[in-house]
Design a protein around this ligand. Structure first.
Ligand code: UD1
Ligand code: CA
Length: 466
């Protein structure tokens, strides 16, 4: 089996254990905030990181923990979120008015009726939390530990809520707005994420009030309510890169940068050579085998797989493409969805491919458009060859047999078949099928006028002298 590395898990997910022995788990993803600072018609949690909406990064990080239910709490733009979550096992709950994170969490209660395990509360705009961290948070609940909160120590604690703790024992949760100077000096910040048992969560939420600086129902306040009941709360700390939030386009780009940096590291660890890692961009699902070399400035859109021994040369752009072993792509190649290269195929500079298969060891080395085409093994597509696949209404197929040779600057007007081993003369516009092993040439007869060029030049030179 070929081990394609799975992006977004970075091997750390490997430390997730006991998914089968853990208390049943559910998750609530808060996503009802307005997202004003994104200045976008697109719902905040649908902005993509590596081509996948943020909220789906969370749903996928939860998957290894086998949650029994995932509830997303949405407000404005719920139709958008609903559409993006179609096909996923996620239930939506609505928070019509944004009255705070505690109020939002309580909106999920009806959807979780009958669920009695651990509830993880996540933020839809905080997408990179690794599965292992989510598992650790859920596992931090113990007999007398009613709440487990996820803390971090950002380089700039800014206006994050603070966690006042001794060791991992939480003494107080306080929002920046409500904090004293001494509390603000604390460097342990609240990510906002926590784990609480369902049996504790709903009664605690019901007791929240909004008597605070923001006039909101603060989720972290359930910690103080639990402490007042003689229960305990524990904090576990995580890497601040794992809990970056996207409130603005700038923060979104910062999260993208972290994802890309981790992907590059994971790729290299899996045996992929990146000549200049910082210039290569992966999608969430890029899958590349060991002993592939990626030259500088290569961009992967979603759905690309590259098999061992292949080289992706500089400035190539690939999406939805499957590259077999020992292929060469680029420099400056564009492979669009539905491109398949069989073993040893070569696609050179300024070649665009779409919904086309290039057979084993077939070549399209220069300046071509190959769309809706099946190219047989060992065929050679000359420079400047174009498959004319579109007549303004429909798309049509071009089939090129094994070992065929398409001369440079040919136009293949689809639908059309070029038989195996056939040769198409350079510059031909092919509109009807070519038989196997035939020569097809569509080209006006060449004329020659002896001495014409010399007479032409002489006439021009005389006139210039006048
Ligand atoms: C929250 C925490 C703060 C923590 C910070 C980390 C509270 C009261 N504060 O603050 O301690 O340091 O996150 O980023 O929890 N949301 C709703 N409905 C609402 C309000 C918020 O669904 O009524 C959602 C938002 O869409 C977002 C998440 O909850 O996904 C967090 O809301 P946000 O307003 O960003 O919380 P902060 O005030 O930043
Ligand atoms: Ca926030």
């Amino acid at each position: 089996m070929r081990a394609f590395p799975t992006q977004g898990r970075y091997g750390r997910a490997g430390s997730v254990t006991g998914a089968t022995t853990r208390t049943p788990l559910a998750a609530i993803i808060l996503a009802a905030g307005q997202g004003t600072r994104m200045k976008s018609a697109l719902h905040k949690v649908l902005h993509p990181i590596a081509h996948k909406p943020m909220v789906l990064h969370l749903v996928d990080s939860l998957a290894p923990l086998l949650p029994q239910a995932v509830v997303a709490v949405v407000g404005a733009g719920r139709e958008q979120v609903e559409a993006a979550l179609a096909g996923r096992d996620v239930v939506l709950a609505v928070q019509a008015e944004q009255l705070g994170t505690g109020h939002a969490t309580a909106r999920a209660e009806a959807a979780l009726t009958g669920f009695s395990g651990t509830v993880l509360i996540l933020f839809g705009d905080c997408p990179l939390v690794p599965s292992a961290t989510l598992a650790a948070l859920a596992d931090a609940l113990a007999d007398n530990v009613a709440v487990a909160v996820l803390g971090f120590r950002p380089a700039d604690p800014a206006r994050y809520g603070r966690i006042i703790a001794e060791g991992n024992q939480v003494a107080k949760m306080v929002e920046w707005k409500d904090a004293t100077e001494a509390e603000r000096a604390t460097t342990l910040c609240n990510t906002g994420l926590m784990a609480v048992r369902a049996a504790d969560l709903w009664p605690l939420l019901a007791r929240l009030d909004n008597a605070n600086a923001a006039g909101e129902y603060y989720l972290p306040d359930i910690v103080m309510l639990a402490l007042a009941d003689g229960r305990r709360a524990t904090v576990i700390e995580t890497d601040s890169d794992d809990v970056l939030g996207a409130n603005s386009r700038g923060e979104l780009a910062a999260i993208e940068a972290v994802f890309q940096a981790r992907s590059r590291t994971a790729m290299m660890a899996a045996g992929v050579s990146l000549t200049a890692p910082d210039t290569v961009f992966f999608a969430y699902d890029t899958a590349i085998e060991a002993d592939v070399t990626i030259e500088p400035f290569v961009v992967f859109g979603p759905g690309v797989r590259v098999a061992t021994g292949s080289r992706i040369r500089s400035h190539s752009h690939l999406e939805g493409a499957t590259i077999g072993p020992d292929c060469e792509v680029g420099p400056f190649a564009r492979l669009r969805p539905g491109t398949v290269l069989a073993a040893g195929a070569k696609v050179g500079n300024f070649v665009e491919m779409k919904k086309s298969v290039l057979g084993a060891h077939a070549k399209a080395n220069h300046l071509s458009y190959i769309g809706d085409a099946q190219v047989g093994a060992g065929a050679n597509i000359g420079a400047g060859t174009i498959t004319c696949n579109y007549d303004g209404f429909g798309k049509y197929q071009t089939v090129i047999g094994a070992g065929a040779f398409i001369g440079s600057n040919s136009a293949l007007v689809a639908p059309v078949n070029i038989g195996a081993g056939a040769i198409v003369g350079a510059g031909s516009t092919i509109t009807t099928d070519v038989s196997p092993d035939a020569l097809a040439m569509v080209r006006p007869a060449q004329q020659e006028k002896p001495g014409w060029a010399a007479r032409f030049r002489a006439a021009k030179t005389m006139r210039k002298a006048d």
